[in-house]
Design a protein around this ligand. Structure first.
Ligand SMILES: [Zn+2]
Length: 206
């Protein structure tokens, strides 16, 4: 069976890939990094490559540059004025990524698509659940199953699972900015730091 894992270079999808490969020992895994032309794309791709290569999983970079424009056009209007930070990530990512990956999967004869959505994503983006239900139907129409094995876990639990599975979390990239070091100030950077701190504290308390 062919299985496609959407790998963003971030913590969640990296832990997902490790879980599928090392814990569930699934065969036929192929990872795809969808390059939407956002500022951290190059950094994310480097992270995705490192994580996948450690597992011996093939990873492909799928460039969809027109989504750089699409992301701006379809993002909430209050974020789309000049001078503001470029439109980034958040829940628009799974929304833009899943249909593209779904059609790619159907072409490749992939039967399962894995998405690293976690519990916190649903809490912070109330429309995400309804959206993914639609995507699921769209994929099923193409005989592809959408799987989200981390959807019941919080960020902290995902980080803890990552530690357990030996995921090189230090190689992952969460920041919405480009550059060699993360900015430390954007929402994904803050969520990452908090989750790491909580997971570390829990490990130390054991
Ligand atoms: Zn950042």
């Amino acid at each position: 069976m062919k299985r496609l894992v959407m790998l963003s270079g971030g913590v969640d999808s990296s832990v997902l890939l490790y879980k599928l490969k090392k814990q569930e020992r699934l065969e036929g895994l192929v990872a795809v990094y969808l390059d939407l032309g956002t500022p951290p794309a190059e950094r994310e791709w480097r992270a995705a490559e490192k994580v996948a290569s450690r597992l011996g999983v093939a990873v492909y970079r799928n460039r969809v540059p027109h989504f750089e424009l699409g992301d701006r056009l379809f993002s909430p209007p209050e974020l789309a004025f000049p001078g503001r930070e470029p439109i980034q990530a958040g829940w628009t990512d799974p929304c833009t990524m899943t249909p593209i990956t779904g059609s790619l999967a159907a072409k490749m004869g992939v039967e399962e698509v894995y998405l690293g959505v976690i519990k916190d994503d649903f809490a912070s983006h109330p429309r995400l659940e309804a959206y993914l239900a639609l995507v699921k139907k769209f994929l099923e129409f193409n005989q592809v199953q959408l799987k989200m094995p981390l959807s019941g876990l919080t960020k902290q639990e995902v980080v803890a699972l990552g530690h357990e599975l030996g995921v090189p979390l230090e190689e992952t990239w969460s920041c919405v900015a480009s550059g060699e070091a993360p900015c430390g100030a954007c929402n994904p950077c803050i969520a990452r730091e908090e989750a790491f701190a909580l997971a570390d504290a829990k490990a130390l308390a054991r």
